[in-house]
Design a protein around this ligand. Structure first.
Ligand SMILES: *[C@@H]1O[C@H](CO)[C@@H](O)[C@H](O)[C@H]1NC(C)=O
Ligand SMILES: *[C@@H]1O[C@H](CO)[C@@H](O)[C@H](O)[C@H]1NC(C)=O
Ligand SMILES: *[C@@H]1O[C@H](CO)[C@@H](O)[C@H](O)[C@H]1NC(C)=O
Length: 689
């Protein structure tokens, strides 16, 4: 790889931790407890970590720090907590559209350092580390955005390091507010990508800096040889990026992004590794609103289907609300993917960058209404077996889910933000590390710089070929050659540029997103900080709460209130658990596999008027309410009424059953909404949305 050109104007704020050198432990020795160097000589003495995997990682997103934020200022539009008098709290103005005070970022990272750092294996950080441009008196400039990003990157290094450098890998990506002008990122290499190559030097593996500078994408082997986190550059998929067109023309950076992703995921597959995908803007696509350009969504969905044996999960930010998406592979349109210019992309209304609570509720309702059309998955396994039997008898078997692990669908998990549009929030995932108890960690590999040796146990020529293909220079070379030689030599394939990924080899078991196994996500705990309590500054006056604010700027639920203290008297900051999928009985997720989410989505969908009410569906619903995926959260009375309802159904009296079911669906839906808005809204307020 070519070395980086000198970046005189981009100063480095953090030492290049990855360049620190080993002290002579071999790759195999890293598997046992490392001994400290006997004679370190002049080398800095590196104390081995002796860390083990914890089976946990942090997802943090949308910090939006604002250096101009001032407590006790106004939350009104155009002022954005910069001036005037008002309810803005020391740690932020919860439920408003103001950005985060630096104090919130500071106490958040301090809390993470104290409570999480030593218990996690890696950090997924999905972008937007600069303020919005919401105050005409203080317009945002490129240098401010980059300076803030440098500062925050430095704070992350500090948070996750000991004296010897980073203890866990941190995988960043940028958001639409980390670039200037906002939303616009031109194809690389360019100044923005060069600058982030420098800002994130401690986070991007050295061998990939060149390709990062080209496309803003990279991956980190967060568990060497086992698991990689892929940082996708969603700016090249983002409908609002005026610098790009689509993902099907070979000149487009989005096209190249998928090319790179395919090569890398092939590489992961050939090494028996798994991959987590992460990005800033999620592939949201509801009937009225769409965040990604359609052909990018199409390719993404196809790629995820083809690499379903490799991909463990997909994590995004940007939306501020806590929710999830299901991509349906039945919506893949090969004509759109294979024929640039011929396909007719359906363009939908694009949605605003960040959503007001009202438009968020509309968006979530759209998701719910779509989920209402999902086939009833309660008897997933049964359905699959029966379809198979029917096929066995020569009849057409309808397999509605893509097998009993619901491989027709893909799951996107979207975490709520640190910026307190609701309450500041963090998510800690747990994943299955069975069999990896003694696996060398990232820190072992990085601090001993033996990763290359470990990698090279695989077939060298394979890797060379893959490396060649991933190298953008090779790409350019290839194109030049093609131009020069014309069509001589080998017979060209139909579209020489398009390489569709291979599906899993026959007989490959479903991947960890579908079938519970090592690396499968087991659950997550959602943390939040109750700023109303922590700011300790407002007279409780629920009557004044302006919950369902209209479209546009949201001044928050404390609009018009005055602080009770002349000088802020905040309480000691801390996050607490909002909910955990491990004991959330209404969600009933015994792990985060796709089929559990298909079940949950279906149940939420039942609260929609569009939900089907066929007798068969209801029967399915009832027969499995004893499983983990039941509506839960109910007292014994409810459990009893389940069997009662069943009796009614058998007897043909559906009315009571239906009413009961609707009530339960509504409860699940309101529960989902409570989480979506990070518990800032009461049930009554949510009912009114
Ligand atoms: C947070 O603030 C304290 C005190 O001002 C400072 O010492 C510390 O370095 C800050 N931490 C971060 C992560 O910025
Ligand atoms: C974790 O993975 C192991 C190995 O694949 C499997 O046997 C076990 O059931 C999984 N645990 C859970 C809780 O899914
Ligand atoms: C947050 O704190 C306020 C003030 O103490 C309290 O009224 C409110 O119920 C709390 N919210 C949650 C979700 O605990």
């Amino acid at each position: 790889m070519a070395p980086l050109k000198a970046l005189q104007w981009a100063t480095l704020i953090v030492p290049n931790l990855l360049a620190q050198l080993p002290f002579g432990a071999s790759a195999t020795e890293t598997q046992v407890v490392l001994q400290p160097p006997i004679d370190p000589g002049n080398e800095p003495s590196l104390v081995p970590l002796q860390r083990r995997l914890h089976g946990r990682f942090l997802h943090i997103t949308d910090l939006h720090p604002d250096e101009h934020y001032k407590p006790h200022t106004s939350t009104e539009e155009g002022i954005a907590c910069h001036r005037g008098n008002g309810p803005a709290g020391v740690y932020g103005a919860e439920t408003s559209d103001c950005d985060s005070p630096l104090s919130l970022v500071n106490v958040t990272l301090a809390w993470v350092k104290e409570h999480l750092r030593d218990e996690i294996d890696f950090v997924v950080w999905t972008g937007d580390s600069a303020r919005h441009d919401s105050d005409e008196e203080l317009p945002r400039h490129n240098k401010d955005i980059l300076a803030m990003n440098r500062r925050i990157a430095g704070a992350f290094v500090e948070t996750f390091s000991d004296d010897n450098g980073l203890m866990v890998p941190v995988v960043p990506t940028f958001g639409n507010n980390d670039i200037y002008p906002h939303n616009i990122l031109l194809p690389g290499p360019n100044d923005i990508l060069k600058t982030y190559t420098s800002i994130w030097k401690p986070f991007i593996p050295e061998a990939q800096r060149h390709s990062f500078e080209f496309g803003g994408w990279f991956y980190v082997e967060v568990i060497p040889n086992k698991l990689a986190v892929f940082s996708l550059n969603t700016m090249y998929f983002f409908e609002r990026n005026a610098g790009i067109d689509d993902c099907i023309h070979p000149s487009e950076p989005g096209y190249k992004h998928f090319e790179w992703l395919g090569v890398q995921l092939d590489f992961m597959r050939s090494r028996g590794m798994k991959a987590i995908l992460m990005g800033h803007v999620p592939p949201a696509r509801t009937p009225g609103k769409q965040l990604w350009e359609e052909t990018c969504w199409q390719k993404y969905t196809l790629w995820l289907q083809r690499y379903r044996d490799v991909i463990t999960g997909s994590l995004y930010g940007h939306m501020n609300i806590d929710h999830f998406l299901l991509q349906d592979t039945h919506e893949i349109d090969m004509a759109l993917i294979q024929a640039p210019g011929n396909g007719k992309a359906t363009f939908r209304e694009t949605i605003e960058d960040e959503l007001s609570i009202q438009s968020s509720a509309d968006y979530l309702r759209e998701l719910r209404d779509h989920w209402a059309t999902l086939p009833s998955p309660v008897a997933l396994e049964q359905d699959f077996d029966e379809a198979k039997k029917r096929r066995g008898r020569g009849k057409k078997g309808k397999d509605k889910f893509g097998g009993k692990w619901a491989e027709r669908f893909q799951l996107t998990l979207i975490s709520p933000s640190v910026v307190p549009n609701y309450f500041p929030s963090l998510r800690v995932f747990e994943y299955n590390i069975t069999g990896l108890e003694d696996a060398p960690t990232w820190a072992d590999a990085t601090r001993t710089a033996k990763l290359n040796e470990v990698v090279s146990t695989h077939d060298e020529s394979d890797i060379r070929e893959l490396k060649r293909r991933e190298d953008p220079d090779f790409e350019i070379e290839k194109k030049k050659k093609k131009k020069g030689k014309g069509k001589k030599g080998q017979k060209p394939p139909e579209d020489p540029n398009l390489r569709l990924p291979d599906p899993p080899a026959k007989g490959t078991p479903p991947g960890p997103a579908y079938l519970p196994q090592t690396l499968t996500f087991l659950g997550y705990t959602q943390y939040y900080a109750n700023l109303t309590y922590l700011n300790n500054d407002l007279v409780h006056d629920p009557g004044n709460d302006d919950s369902a604010s209209s479209q546009g700027w949201n001044p928050g639920k404390h609009k018009g209130k005055t602080p009770k203290h002349g000088k802020p008297e905040p309480r000691e900051f801390g996050f607490e658990v909002e909910y955990s999928t491990f004991d959330d009985e209404i969600y009933g997720l015994d792990d985060l596999t796709v089929r559990n989410y298909v079940r949950l989505a279906h149940r939420i969908g039942q609260a929609s008027k569009k939900a089907k009410s066929e007798a068969e569906d209801e029967f399915d619903e009832i027969t499995t309410t004893s499983g983990a995926a039941n509506d839960g959260g109910e007292d014994e009375e409810d459990v009893e009424s389940d069997s009662e309802v069943w009796e009614f159904t058998k007897g043909g009296k559906k009315k009571k059953d239906k009413k009961h079911k609707n009530k339960k669906a509504r409860k699940t839906w309101l529960h989902f909404l409570t989480h979506a808005f990070v518990s800032t809204r009461s049930r009554d307020e949510l009912e009114d949305l």
